[in-house]
Structures are given as C-alpha cells and as structure tokens.
Design a binder for this molecule. Sequence first.
Ligand SMILES: O=C(O)CCC(=O)C(=O)O
Length: 266
Amino acid sequence: MEPHEQRAFFEQQGYLIVPDLLNSREVAECQREIQRLHQLAADLEASQDPLSNHFQREPFSKDQTRNGLPVLRKIENTRALSPCFAQLAAHPHLVAIVQSLLGDDLLLFRSTLMLKPAFHGSAHALHQDSAYWPMEPPALVTVSIALDDATPDNGCIKIIPGSHHWGLQEWGHIAQQQGAPLTNREDIDSSRQIDVPLAAGSAVLFHSLMVHGSGPNQTDRSRNTALYAYFSPHVRYVPRAKDPQSKTFPVIAGLNGAAEHVLVAS
Ligand SMILES: O=C(O)CCC(=O)C(=O)O
C-alpha cells in the first residue's frame, strides 16, 4: 500500500498491518534480549531493587520459575531498561509509517513488552487503551510487533475493526482469566471481533480507541510482542488525581531534535 492508502485504511478501519517490519536477524536479536531481561528481572527481584516494579509476573504462575527464571507477563518502560528495545522504538521503517499517520513530530507514550509464555500466557480482556491513559484527545497510535509467530492458539491480538469510531467507553478492570470470555459487556457483538495473526517480525498498528484484547496461551509456543505507543505533540497531558502535574516524554522524531519533551498538566 502507498502511504496515502495506508492512512486512509487506518482512518477508516482503525488499524494497519505491516508485514515484515523486522528481518529475521532483528527478530532473533529481540528474542535474545528478552532472555536477558528475564535474567535481569531475577537479579533485580533478588536484590529488591525498585526497578523490579517494571516487571510483572504471570498472575497464574506467580511463584513458579522456568529454567530458574520468573514467568513474566509484561515488562514496562523497556526503552529505559534495554538499548535493543530503545532502538526498536525509533526503527526507521516504523517511524516513517507512524509519521504518515500522525505527522513529523513523534513522542513516545509507552514502551512495553507483552509476553505470553508457553502454557502460562494469560488473556487480556477487550478494552480501549485511551480509557486508561491521561492523554487528550484520545488519538495515540500503538504498534504491536510480533517477536514470535502469533496465532489464535497462542493468543494473538484480537480487534474489532472500525471500533475506534465508537467514542471513549468504560471497560473497568482488564480481566486476565485464562478461560473466561474476553468481555462481560453484553452490548459487544463478539462476532465482529477478528484475530490478527502475525508472523514474527510483522506488526499491527492500531488507534488508541480501537477495541482490542487477546486470548490466553496454552500452547508450547511463546507469543512475545513489543508494544510502543506514539503521539503527536497536539495531544495534551491531562493527569488524574494520582498522577504528577508534569511528565517528560522521549522524542522519537522531530521537535527540533530535542531528546525529551515536557508536558505540563492542561
Ligand atoms: O498484546 C496483547 O496481548 C494485548 C495488549 C494490550 O491490549 C495492551 O497492552 O493494551
């Protein structure tokens, strides 16, 4: 697709698939880095380092280890923990596509690894990201990069195309149960939900109002994903009661070459 076609598709459907964003060498490097981050999690936990807060264990395997390492569900702020995942946030091919959707100036809201370990991966109930993020207008773009082959069996992402046009809604706590339905909202027609299988190295971009989630992983294959959320500086920081009054965001592109940009509550 040409950039203008990508943009038109994204505006209409709320998502965009990018096949082969990463080559196999880049994927292998990310997979090795995920192993290193598991070792880091174990070391930080052992020394009770506050940085261990960035690592979340799988809720159903909290006390278990695999090959002596914790069974992790999520790692937050990977950009600060890992040169590999900091670099991936600014991958030139990825940045060019996000710029075609959001404009030249790009800030980074989130850098996360969503891990769905073999046999243990928990589900992620349907929700809109903007329902949980203190940013207005709700117009951020998330990219979810598959670092393993992601299929319906190992819990690939599920979306409801076009649902970014529904407006901001309430989703409550995002349930993680393995066997439960992905939503208890009776007004959601689950037949409109589609699986987004991705080969390792491919990615899906989606709007922060897009309704999405993912099923559990009970297979013997992990489903690990790098997530980044980008926004344009016209999006404001609107903190809730518990949030700080200003926040510093990494600049990924533009903003006159600055490394960071501070947003004050507005
Ligand atoms: O990748 C997944 O399994 C879902 C992640 C997700 O929905 C989120 O972090 O908002």
